[in-house]
Write a protein that binds this ligand. Structure first.
Ligand code: ATP
Ligand code: MG
Length: 435
């Protein structure tokens, strides 16, 4: 539909001067005010009623054009944070360096930002020796705001009141062609903010786009720019990749561009064995599916799955050489997390959950006596059980084990006793088996 519309609007010719505004009216684009969340719509209307410019921007506009349900709605305006706060009660200012406004509604938060200006006018005073932006907090005009966004597909402005779509950089055309195109010179835009490398990978994977010719080279070559980026920012991006709804494709694309070494240096090793690669694919597809069905996804669980092949391998190596099961498992966890820490540490709030999920795995093999009842009461039982099912699906543990736990937890409390296995170490059970 978009492709036909583009053809109608632009004709076949592609070359347009970049930065030249094109305003598409209601008959020239497929967006409708009803597609916008009522909260975001109200924010835009309120700001416009007070005489300010206000638009829906970024991912939501892009996703709606691609018929993907938007994750959230961002608003851009020429009102300053203080002005926004005065106009919209309930809103609060977040962030110090560049203030943004959060407007909480029933079950969403609309993020409102003031147009940002050109930071690159005065190149020397605002970038460091790597070309990285150190000052990025100047207010600007709508046009300047568009120019400082990363990709053309992310620089579209939708005005739901007048039902117009503003496009400075042929973003609509690029979306229709499924092309990821950087605004300006890709190499210098990556230098300004290397995290854009990871954003590019995420959009390529999530939107099914291809990097255009100018983007692909720098994407492959500029990975080293990520090395000095603060760990917290890299970890945020890693989570966004894993929770993008296309996690498997994201990891493939990271490897394709050689960027995984700055986030998950062990990824090649995780995927070296066919069964490990399959385990990962299963785990990631499971998560993608849950996200598509709007079910909650736990990042800790995802990370546990991601690192499991490495933990399992080291655990096996240790038990094969005679180490007892539990200490071997905990030592394997430490080895793997330590190796990861050299590149990008997993924050404490997640590594605890990962260890709990992993640590529960051997306990699932115990199906006699009081132990299954105690395991059922464990606060991480559900996550541990889901993880067990994932391993069973992949043939790593016997399917009957997962099935037994399904039956055990679903059974009425008084029936559970009868499901317990007799302890096979006792001679009684051997006699029973023979009869
Ligand atoms: P998502 O669907 O993941 O939310 P998004 O495009 O909305 O994707 P956000 O991180 O929410 O991404 O950012 C909103 C918008 O802000 C982007 O669409 C882009 O225009 C701009 N933006 C965000 N990060 C950068 C950056 N590092 N450099 C330039 N522009 C950026
Ligand atoms: Mg967004």
């Amino acid at each position: 539909m978009i492709r036909r519309l583009i053809h109608k609007v632009f004709g076949a010719k592609k070359s347009r001067k970049l930065g030249q505004l094109r305003t598409l009216t209601a008959t020239q684009h497929p967006l409708r005010p009803q597609s916008i969340s009522p909260c975001a719509l109200r924010v835009v209307k309120t700001l416009q009623e007070q005489g300010y410019q206000a638009f829906i921007v970024g991912g939501a506009v892009r996703d709606l054009l691609l018929q993907i349900p938007p994750k959230d709605f961002d608003v851009a305006t020429n009102a300053t944070p203080e002005q926004i706060r005065r106009i919209i009660r309930r809103s609060r200012i977040i962030g110090r360096r560049f203030q943004i406004i959060h407007v909480p509604c029933q079950n969403e938060i609309v993020e409102v930002t003031t147009f940002r200006g050109h930071a690159s006018h005065d190149h020397h005073s605002q970038t460091d020796e790597h070309g990285r932006l150190t000052r990025d907090n100047v207010f600007g005009t709508l046009e300047e705001d568009a120019a400082r966004r990363d990709f053309t597909a992310n620089a579209l402005y939708y005005d739901p009141v007048h039902n117009t779509l503003l496009d400075y950089f042929s973003g609509v055309e690029d979306i229709a062609a499924h092309q990821l195109v950087m605004i300006g010179d890709p190499a210098s835009r990556f230098r300004e903010d290397p995290v854009r490398l990871l954003r590019a990978v995420r959009f390529i994977a999530k939107l099914g786009f291809t990097a255009n010719a100018q983007l692909a080279g720098p994407l492959r070559e500029l990975g080293p720019l990520l090395a000095p980026i603060p760990e917290s920012r890299l970890f945020d991006e890693l989570l966004k990749l894993l929770l993008s709804g296309r996690a498997q494709t994201c990891l493939e694309q990271l490897r394709h561009y050689g960027l995984h070494s700055y986030l998950l240096p062990q990824l090649d090793a995780f995927m070296a064995q066919a069964e490990d690669a399959q385990f990962l694919r299963h785990a990631l597809e499971n998560t993608d599916l849950r996200l598509r069905e709007n079910k909650p996804v736990s990042p800790g669980f995802m990370l546990a799955a991601l690192f499991w092949p490495a933990v399992r391998l080291d655990w096996k190596r240790r038990t094969d050489s005679g180490e007892p099961q539990y200490p071997a498992l905990f030592a394997a966890m430490d080895t793997v997390l330590h190796a990861q820490r050299q590149t990008l540490p997993i924050p404490r709030r997640f590594d605890g959950i990962m260890k709990e999920i992993w640590g529960l795995q051997p306990r699932f093999t115990q199906r006699s006596g009081q132990r299954p009842f105690r395991l059922l009461e464990h606060p991480r039982f559900r996550a541990g059980y889901d993880f067990l099912c994932l391993r069973a699906e992949n043939g790593e543990v016997d399917n009957t084990l997962g099935d037994w736990w399904t039956t055990f937890q679903e059974a009425a409390p008084e029936e559970r006793e009868s499901l317990l296995l007799t302890d096979v170490r006792k001679p009684r059970s051997r006699r029973r088996k023979r009869s």
